[in-house]
Design a protein. Structure first.
Ligand SMILES: NC(=O)C1=CN([C@@H]2O[C@H](COP(=O)(O)OP(=O)(O)OC[C@H]3O[C@@H](n4cnc5c(N)ncnc54)[C@H](O)[C@@H]3O)[C@@H](O)[C@H]2O)C=CC1
Ligand SMILES: O=C(O)[C@@H]1CCC=N1
Length: 264
């Protein structure tokens, strides 16, 4: 697979690391306006770093766009005459509708809209995807690419904004929960490094319990909460202080903001 990542910033580089991590490409182009900071990626023999988007498009089949929304239309204009039936166009751009892409490059292109998260760099992204009509023929390819770097789910385009909040912003939300747990562990006497180790591996274990067994969180909670024990005492205090409520309210506020940005 010949992959180009157009816009090697935070997310673009995370995808590049994920591709390298999973040996997912025969060749990979990384583009950015100023390439100095990412030149070191050329140490991987099959990677070319350039500021020339047209060169990247000419030499690749799978084009992954990870630029800021305000730059995307101009870049599509810049490369559209080079697109052919070998190209699969994957956008990660927040809020940029497929119809807007089709208005620039035409509907006769394989278009995939995706919403990965930065855990793609360690092969563990939750990635939501949807396609244009023609892109349905390449959905298996898109799933194969993203499943090598985590887990993917096909959703209707209307749910893309909500997926952005849960999956992309979600990384930040979970980080804060892990940090708060770490702070609690330090208060109980662990040093900072150990505290984080306990917090992140326990978080990982909790997620994997659900992923592997398919159980509901409350079922797993029931297994841990000894009657009159310490777990239920702590859990109830967290709920009295608004744990679930604050998370839900934060998610909804984030969703309102993303819709506001889109309208703006
Ligand atoms: N950061 C995240 O977790 C996620 C971000 N996204 C979306 O991905 C996109 C990128 O986000 P970030 O990586 O955070 O932004 P960023 O600003 O870190 O990266 C964008 C990159 O594009 C480059 N660029 C600008 N103009 C260019 C051009 N003409 N040709 C080639 N490269 C060009 C910039 O130099 C920069 O390195 C955004 O649309 C964002 O909404 C989507 C999911 C998650
Ligand atoms: O915070 C944001 O608006 C973008 C979208 C998802 C991740 N970063």
């Amino acid at each position: 697979m010949k992959i180009a990542i157009i816009g090697a910033g935070n997310l673009g580089l995370a995808i590049a690391k994920g591709v390298l991590h999973s040996n997912g490409a025969t060749t990979m182009y990384l583009t950015k306006r100023n390439t100095v900071e990412i030149q070191n990626f050329e140490k991987y023999g099959n990677v070319t770093v350039t500021s020339n988007n047209r060169e990247a498009v000419k030499n690749s089949d799978v084009l992954i766009f990870a630029v800021q929304p305000g730059h995307f239309a101009a870049i599509l204009e810049e490369i559209k005459d080079l697109l052919n039936e070998n190209h699969v166009i994957i956008s990660t751009i927040t809020g940029f509708r497929i119809s807007k892409m089709e208005a620039i490059i035409g509907s006769d292109q394989y278009i995939i809209r995706s919403m990965p998260n930065t855990a793609i760099s360690v092969g563990n992204s939750m990635t939501c995807i949807c396609t244009n009509e023609l892109g349905k023929k390449r959905i298996d390819l898109a799933k194969a690419i993203f499943n090598r770097m985590g887990h993917s789910l096909e959703i209707p385009e209307e749910q893309m904004q909500a997926a952005t909040v849960i999956c992309a912003s979600g990384i930040a939300f979970w980080m804060r929960l892990i940090r708060a747990t770490t702070q609690g562990a330090i208060q109980l006497g662990f040093d900072a490094k150990e505290a984080q180790e306990l917090a992140m591996h326990t978080c990982n274990g909790a997620a994997n319990l659900l992923i592997d067994s398919g159980t509901h969180p409350e079922e797993e909670i029931d297994r841990v909460t000894t009657p009159k024990g310490c777990t239920i005492e702590g859990l109830n205090e967290m709920e009295h202080q608004g744990l679930s409520s604050s998370l839900i309210k934060g998610i909804v506020t984030s969703f309102e903001k993303i819709n506001q940005i889109r309208k703006g």
